[in-house]
Design a protein around this ligand. Structure first.
Ligand SMILES: [Ca+2]
Length: 399
């Protein structure tokens, strides 16, 4: 029976690899550098009037107005509103950025950032308002203050690792989705009392959304759990189902459609008889004599959320993702664009009606840079932030 279960697990795991074949043709794009010389730009957002806002991990939030002027709005010294509790460390700092669906009326901006305001360092979701001329922000309200932060070095890396950090409003249900990370802490992803290794779903005040279906006794802000370090989330056009893009541990990255209350199947805690450095089996095995801990452990969690795609047995540092929307994308409309850090490329995933990936292709002729953020901007162009400090605009140039 054990062999059967393991065989099924292996088949499911490998089946996704075999079922998604690379296409011969690639998407041709016109590539333009909109901004360069930034310091670790992490995320982007566009206001309805076309104004671009962006975060830099160790500086904070800035705006680039339509005449090209850049102003620092929120963060370290020199910003219009300084945040004395903001800091950057390891992979953490000021990360995700989102604008309220009713931004034109309420002027709400949200950022995901590291804070040392409390006794322990945390990751927070902070809401601000920006004035109509984008000269300053005010009315700071920390709507989530208890997202775990890796406090100190362990045998898998330094403080501030695996913070997740993407925030996006669903255009379908209007709620804010927050992706968090496991902090190299084995017990976090399956612990329903803490917010690490989760997808949160909240309203604009930080309260739990309706219909999260959190398992009994869990924090009601939790929408799904059992995740590793999610830095991408996107909503499928037409259906609105959220898909996450999850940074893997060396043997896999995963794209997964979500359902309320679901378990992503990542559990890096040591099981009985297993010893892992710093009690984190994220890079080794959580089973005696077993293979590396799977991103979706269907042997232990048979009802785990089923991945749409995985990365052929390797990890290339999957980061952001966004669905292509608009007829100008032609044959590529509706595909999920996924960015890679170490892989330094953008891949497009074509899915069937159930959200399972059937084909992949690569965006052609881009500079080889680590892809940190992907958003749809004005007229449906893709805007990209890279770890080389650039923001790109990509438009379809082919059929
Ligand atoms: Ca998973």
């Amino acid at each position: 029976m054990l062999c059967t279960v393991l065989f099924v697990a292996a088949f499911v795991h490998c089946g996704r690899v075999q079922s998604s074949v690379a296409e011969a043709s690639e998407l041709q794009v016109n590539h333009r550098v909109v901004k360069s010389g930034l310091s670790d730009p992490w995320d982007l957002a566009f206001a309805p009037d076309g104004t671009m806002l962006f975060t830099e991990r160790c500086r904070g939030l800035s705006v680039r107005t339509s005449d090209g002027t850049v102003r620092r709005l929120f963060g370290t010294a020199g910003a219009a509103l300084e945040a004395g509790d903001f800091f950057c460390q390891g992979q953490s700092g000021m990360l995700g950025l989102a604008l309220d669906p009713a931004f034109s009326e309420n002027r709400y901006i949200y950022v995901y950032m590291a804070s040392n305001r409390g006794k322990a360092k945390t990751n927070c979701v902070v809401r601000l308002t920006v004035d109509k001329s984008y000269t300053g922000v005010a009315n700071r309200k920390d709507i989530v203050t208890d997202i775990p932060f890796k406090q100190s070095f362990n045998l898998w890396g330094g403080a501030g690792a695996h913070s997740g950090g993407r925030i996006r409003f669903s255009p379908f249900d209007g709620y804010l989705y927050v992706t968090t990370g496991d902090n190299h802490n084995g017990s976090l992803p399956q612990d329903l009392s803490r917010l690490g290794g989760k997808i949160l779903r909240i309203n604009r005040d930080g309260k739990a959304a309706n219909g999260n279906n959190t398992p009994f006794g869990g924090d009601p802000r939790i929408f799904t759990y059992g995740h590793r370090n999610v830095q991408g989330i996107a909503f499928r056009p037409g259906k609105g189902q959220p898909f996450i893009c999850e940074h893997g541990p060396g043997h896999n990255d995963e794209v997964t459609p979500l359902a309320a209350g679901g378990n992503g199947g990542w559990d890096p805690a040591p099981t009985k008889g297993v010893s892992c450095a710093s009690n984190y089996c994220g890079y080794t095995s959580n089973k005696p004599g077993g293979t590396p801990t799977p991103m979706t452990d269907v042997a232990r969690f048979p009802n785990a959320l089923k991945p749409s795609w995985n990365n052929r047995g390797i990890s290339e540092g999957m980061g952001p993702c966004v669905f292509l929307e608009g007829p100008h994308w032609k044959a590529w409309e509706g595909r999920l664009a996924v960015g890679f850090l170490r892989g330094a490329r953008i891949e497009l995933l074509q899915m069937d009606a159930a959200g399972m990936t059937t084909k992949t292709t690569t965006v052609a002729n881009l500079p080889s840079q680590r892809i940190r953020s992907l958003v749809l901007g004005p007229v449906g162009a893709i805007y990209v932030a890279t770890d080389a400090g650039e923001i790109w605009r990509l438009e379809s140039a082919g059929k």
